[in-house]
Design a protein around this ligand. Structure first.
Ligand code: DGL
Length: 275
């Protein structure tokens, strides 16, 4: 009973992983979420993966020790690329990455076997998606493009507008030329930009949001292991960041609408004081 009613821990470098929190809460309404956004070290994308691994390890330990979470979801593709395998070995509670679920879905729906991938530099160079896709189907071709400016735009609460469209057109042009039929949004910040991205790629290219897939996988896991929260009390989620000054007012306004979390607010808990 105690195990079941513990919260689910989620982490990201900033507000990106909230797109995964949204999908999880959509299908697991009774679960309580403890979210940690490492805004002090954002962005993770251009950083050395060893540093990202160090930050992520620290957050996972904090979620387990301070918040007694029952599972952890790395709601960040860069964190998954850098740390998933090591974390699984080091911690005894279940830890989910976000990459495998997205890769599996892309393979499932690509008819042309030509998959586009956008993500951070760290995720793309790590080859984590490329390897995951090929583990499902060796014949798939993957075309990847890092989109570093998107993370900054989303953190500022800029989800639409001409500047984003122009940036997205530039990032996506080569992928479109390569005749892809699915596009993996390989960074949890990108679903906020999905309306703009959809407009640019058109109807023939399907967008894949790995958050949707991970939410489904998590639900199956909780059911199978009898870990669904059965507490009758309304869940009080916690949204924690390592540096609250990095949260933009405009994000709070736009993010609340996008995520349908009217009460979204953040508290600061800087667990990195020794760095
Ligand atoms: N949202 C993160 C991801 O999914 C990382 C963004 C960043 O910090 O660069 O990769």
């Amino acid at each position: 009973m105690y195990e079941k009613n513990r919260p689910i821990g989620l982490l990201d470098s900033g507000v990106g992983g909230l797109t995964a929190a949204k999908e999880i809460l959509d299908i697991l309404e009774n679960e309580k979420i403890i979210y940690y956004g490492d805004t002090l070290h954002l962005p993770y994308g251009p950083k050395n993966l060893d540093d990202v691994r160090k930050y992520v390890k620290k957050i996972v330990r904090y979620l387990i020790e301070e918040w007694k979470v029952k599972v952890v979801v790395l709601a960040c593709n860069t964190a998954t690329s850098a740390a998933l395998e090591i974390l699984k070995k080091e911690f005894s509670i279940p830890i989910f990455g976000i990459i495998d679920s997205g890769a599996r879905k892309a393979v499932e729906i690509s008819k042309k076997k030509r998959i586009g991938l956008i993500g951070t530099q760290g995720t793309i160079s790590s080859m984590a998606y490329q390897n995951a896709v090929r583990s499902y189907d060796i014949m798939q071709k993957i075309y990847a493009e890092p989109c570093p400016l998107f993370v900054e735009m989303v953190e500022k609460g800029e989800f639409t507008g001409r500047e984003i469209e122009k940036t997205a057109e530039k990032y996506l042009q080569n992928l479109i030329k390569n005749d892809i039929d699915v596009l993996i949004l390989g960074c949890t910040h990108y679903p906020y930009l999905a309306p703009v991205l959809k407009k640019i790629v058109g109807n023939k290219i399907k967008l894949i949001d790995p958050s949707l897939e991970i939410a489904g996988d998590l639900k199956k896991f909780l059911i199978k292991n009898d870990l669904l929260n059965i507490s009758p009390h309304a869940a009080e989620h916690q949204f924690i960041v390592s540096d609250i000054d990095k949260i933009y007012q405009k994000f709070l306004v736009e993010g609340r609408k996008f995520l349908k979390l009217d009460n979204l607010h953040f508290v600061e808990d800087n667990i990195f004081t020794e760095y």
